[in-house]
Design a protein around this ligand. Structure first.
Ligand code: HEM
Ligand code: CU
Length: 567
């Protein structure tokens, strides 16, 4: 054997060309064929953000229609379609998958891994999501579904919803369901098996805890809705009568199956947001998180209780009163672990040396909004109260407080916090704060008045109303508010587009943060880390900074953080 073999053998031109070919691959081919968790994470985030904008436009159209009484801009039929597409988009194409996007990008980095456990399955998850979303939006060209995001039978049965749009809805639930399920298994395998040396369960970052529980809930809940929509499909096309009351079928069966999935889905949407907040608040309070173990435990308890409360969505359905009592009490119980988290976040902020970044603004704004949504949730869990408020705008106000607060504001906190890691550049802080205030004011204007609308009897899912019912002023305020809210969102969109090229250089650790994603460069290299440090606490980066300070005697100045420390 001679080591010179390769050197002396003449390389034919054609082979030399092929050897170099991979370097010349076009950028888009690189993205389309990638299995890198960071690229997949970015594709998830960009795609879902586009769906967020689409869902927002649908919402604005509905709000314009409802702005004044007897408006004829949008017909009843089109309103129902907008309503269905808006709800479905926001849930299945925006909130759930954008959390998977954050998880994809940051879970491996935060646990000190080089990729997800199954990189190819990871790519599959993303492409399924995109495929499902595109097929669903194709219904715009013929006839979109119009039975609402819960698609209750008999309305969703072939007799009342003959259009293929309803089948496209079923298809969307299946495809995004498979996408999420594959993703969830991947997250679970990654977090269980690929943690850095020393990262015991008690040292797992809270965001990673939240993604773990998100994955478990998806694995528990998705098969049930998959069964339900399959039964709906066979009802519609193959002559079964699962949900058809005229043939001994039971529409209430659908409600049980759907909400057994649907309530956990709410926590699937907001637990990762809680996780983001649990990362952001301690970093910008310059304090360790208060009650790490309590927060991790509360996350698990919420997940457990989340599968025990589904029938609180069915208080007005024919369900025995003792059963209603059980579901009322179990719903109250969820307030306990949720309250634990809120108190822990506030205790972390308490007497912290707060660094007032845009990310922290969104985090604190989230707490304010979510507490309101949580309290109205307790009202609605009292079933005699729900009998009055069910199907009114009070419910619309309640769940937008929960979802806009628990998902949108936390996502924005995450964007301002992690954008520097993903792009190497900081977002503009001042624009971020302006965006926050416009969103915060616009949001409360849009949805706070809807509590009053609900209390004065305005039903949800109506496309117009008569003047003189006392609803007109509130509706006008709500519609104006929705445009202010959108303007606030637009400021961040522009901020992202601008900072991507022109933002200040971030450096590896601009916030002096605590977790391992800040140990590597911004953006991280393909393999994430050249060396992985041994983890000795929940805050490995803090340990590393201390160690460096001790050995050099110099206080660490990293990236742009000094400026923020003074703000
Ligand atoms: C961007 C601001 C938003 C505005 C202005 C808005 C507005 C609306 C409006 C007008 C409705 C119809 C209410 C009715 O007729 O009963 C609605 C329903 C709904 N929205 Fe939003 N929305 C926004 C954001 C979101 C977000 C972020 C989510 C969730 C993740 C969401 C989830 C839903 C759901 C699930 C429904 C119920 C659909 C149904 O009844 O089938 N919305 N929204
Ligand atoms: Cu629920």
């Amino acid at each position: 054997m001679s080591t010179t073999d390769y050197a002396v053998r003449p390389v034919p031109q054609i082979i030399a060309h092929e050897v170099h070919k991979p370097r010349e691959t076009k950028k888009w081919v690189d993205w389309v064929t990638t299995t890198d968790h960071k690229k997949i994470g970015i594709m998830y985030m960009v795609t879902t953000f586009v769906f967020f904008i689409l869902g927002g436009v649908e919402a604005l159209l509905m709000r314009v229609q409802l702005g004044v009484p007897n408006n004829t801009l949008i017909s009843a039929e089109h309103y129902n379609q907008l309503l269905t597409i808006h709800g479905t988009t926001m849930i299945f194409l925006f909130v759930v998958p954008i959390m998977a996007g954050f998880g994809n990008y940051f879970v491996p980095l935060m646990i000190g891994a080089r990729d997800m456990a199954f990189p190819r399955l990871n790519a599959l998850s993303y492409w399924l999501l995109l495929f499902g979303g595109i097929v669903f939006y194709f219904t715009l060209f013929f006839r979109p579904p119009e039975a609402g995001w819960w698609s209750y039978p008999p309305l969703s049965e072939a007799l009342y919803s003959p259009s293929a749009g309803q089948d496209a809805w079923i298809f969307l639930i299946h495809i995004t369901g498979i996408s999420s399920l594959v993703g969830a298994i991947n997250f679970y395998a990654t977090i269980v098996n690929m943690r850095a040396p020393g990262m015991s369960w008690g040292r797992l970052p809270l965001f990673v805890w939240s993604i773990l529980i998100y994955a478990v809930l998806l694995i528990v809940a998705l098969p049930v809705v998959a069964a339900a929509v399959t039964m709906l499909l066979t009802d519609r096309h193959f002559g079964t009568h699962f949900f058809d009351p005229t043939n001994h079928g039971s529409p209430v069966l659908w409600q049980h199956l759907f909400w057994f999935f649907g309530h956990p889905e709410v926590y699937i949407m907001i637990l990762p947001g809680f996780g983001i907040i649990s990362e952001v608040i301690p970093v910008f309070s310059r304090k360790p998180i208060f009650g790490y173990k309590a927060i991790a435990a509360a996350t698990s308890v919420i997940a457990f209780l989340a599968v025990l409360v589904w029938a609180h969505h069915m208080f007005a359905s024919p369900v025995p009163v003792v059963v209603l009592g059980f579901f009322m009490l179990s719903s109250f119980l969820i307030g306990v672990p949720t309250g634990v988290k809120i108190f822990n976040w506030i205790a972390t902020l308490w007497r912290g040396s707060l660094v007032m970044t845009a990310s922290l603004y969104y985090a604190v704004g989230f707490i304010a909004i979510f507490v309101i949504g949580g309290i109205t949730g307790i009202f609605l869990a009292i079933f005699p109260v729900d009998w009055q408020l069910n199907d009114t705008y009070f419910v619309v106000a309640h769940f937008h407080y929960v979802l806009m607060g628990g998902a949108v504001f936390t996502i924005f906190a995450g964007i301002y916090y992690w954008f520097p890691k993903m792009t190497g550049r900081l977002l503009n802080e001042r624009a971020g704060k302006v965006s926050f205030w416009i969103m915060f004011i616009g949001f409360n204007m849009t949805f706070f008045v809807q509590h009053a609308l609900g209390l004065s009897g305005m039903p949800r899912r109506i496309y117009t109303y008569q003047p003189g019912l006392g609803w007109s002023t509130y509706n006008l305020i709500s519609t104006i508010g929705s445009f202010i809210l959108s303007a606030g969102i637009l400021v961040t969109v522009i901020n992202i587009a601008h900072s991507f090229k022109h933002g200040r250089i971030a450096g590896p650790d601009p916030w002096k943060a605590n977790t391992l994603e800040w140990f590597t460069t911004s953006p991280p290299p393909v393999n994430n880390f050249d060396a992985i440090p041994r983890v000795r606490s929940v805050e490995p980066m803090r340990d590393i900074r201390r160690q460096v300070e001790r050995s050099t005697g110099v206080t660490q100045k990293t990236g742009g953080s000094e400026r923020f420390a003074r703000v």
